[in-house]
Ligand binder design. Structure first.
Ligand code: CP
Ligand code: NVA
Length: 329
């Protein structure tokens, strides 16, 4: 499988065989890491990491993975570059493409990362946009594969705001790889119809199904994976908190949801998660609305069915696979 020179902008651009190849490569790199076997076969290369939104996992995963591969990194935070303010995306891409062998971008619209990719002349990797979070998908698929020993036939239920980056991306990832995908949310939070139709085509090819439902009992029954994400994403206005808490509380992942899914079910979350009062925003929402948690209860988050830290670790191994496979000679 030759993915050299390819961008990684959304899993829509990758075939199931290519996705499986990246997962297998990630598993191999993970094994090598655990056994102390060096993989620095990209020694001497450099990559630029552009973050227009904050990050813990994605940034650290890119930096540690790059280090293991022998690659140097430059981290560009929102305040420290000219991007968008004094210099267009296209100009930035052409400058960085002269200095770096690859570019990661986290930010706002998908069209920005597409524009970077069009002009950079080197592989561009999407570290999260409003629409998609493809590196997260590889980590999630690897975690499911490790836990269940397979992907096809697994039923994954996404609860919450299913029309944003995580809901969209999970629907693409599942339908491509043969997992049944359920969006369990109020109707207005369903993924957009055009993407649903595109994913139904992928699902037809992989033999899986896509279900959109408002019914929590029905939607989560027999699920293998219950997945959720924050109710308000980065870059969204503060004013939406009240509405989201009101509309999405019935879709919180609770013990009752996990019990309804069954004893086989695991809990996943891309993180960060609001499951207690140990964060500034968690405390603020507690004082405004009297709530102790949001998208998931602390009980579920801390339970043995929660695999969120395996999932977080897998960000690094899968991002390493993406860079290893797509960087040129
Ligand atoms: N899951 C994820 O992308 O985490 P960060 O925002 O910390 O990178
Ligand atoms: N939907 C979240 C994902 C964070 C990893 C956000 O965009 O903020």
């Amino acid at each position: 499988m030759d993915l050299k020179g390819r961008n990684f902008l959304t899993l829509k651009d990758y075939s199931p065989a290519e996705i499986q190849y990246l997962l297998d490569l990630a598993a191999d790199l993970k094994e090598k890491k655990k056994n102390g076997i060096p993989v620095d076969f990209h020694r001497g290369k450099n990559v630029a990491l552009i973050f227009e939104k904050t990050s813990t996992r994605t940034r650290c995963a890119f930096e540690t993975a790059a280090h293991d591969l022998g690659i140097g990194t430059t981290y560009l935070e929102p305040a420290s570059s000219q991007i968008g303010k004094k210099e267009s995306i296209a100009d930035t891409a052409r400058v960085l493409g002269r200095m770096y062998e690859g570019i990661e971008y986290r930010g706002f619209g998908q069209e920005i990362v597409e524009e970077l990719a069009k002009n950079a002349g080197v592989p561009v990797w999407n570290g999260l946009t409003n629409e998609y979070h493809p590196t997260q998908m590889l980590a999630d698929l690897l975690t499911v594969q490790e836990h269940f020993g397979k992907l096809a036939g697994i039923r994954l239920v996404y609860m919450g705001d299913a029309r944003y980056n995580m809901g969209n991306s999970l629907m693409v990832a599942c339908s491509k790889m043969g997992l049944d995908f359920v969006a369990c949310a109020p109707k207005k939070y369903f993924p957009n119809q055009e993407l649903v139709e595109q994913c139904r085509e992928y699902a037809k090819a992989s033999g899986s199904a896509i279900t959109l439902t408002e019914d929590v009992k029905e939607g989560t029954k027999g699920a293998d994976v219950i997945y959720t994400d924050v109710w308000v994403s980065m870059g969204e206005p503060d004013q939406v908190w009240e509405e989201r808490i009101r509309e999405l509380t019935p879709y919180k992942v609770t013990r009752a949801v996990m019990d309804n899914a069954g004893p086989q079910a695991i809990f996943l979350h891309c993180l960060p998660a609001f499951h207690d009062l140990k964060t500034t925003i968690g405390k603020e929402m507690n004082s405004r609305f009297g709530i102790e948690d949001m998208e998931v209860t602390d009980e579920v988050f801390e339970s043995s069915c929660s695999k969120v830290f395996d999932e977080a670790e897998n960000r690094m191994h899968t991002i390493k696979a993406v860079m290893a496979a797509t960087l040129g000679e």
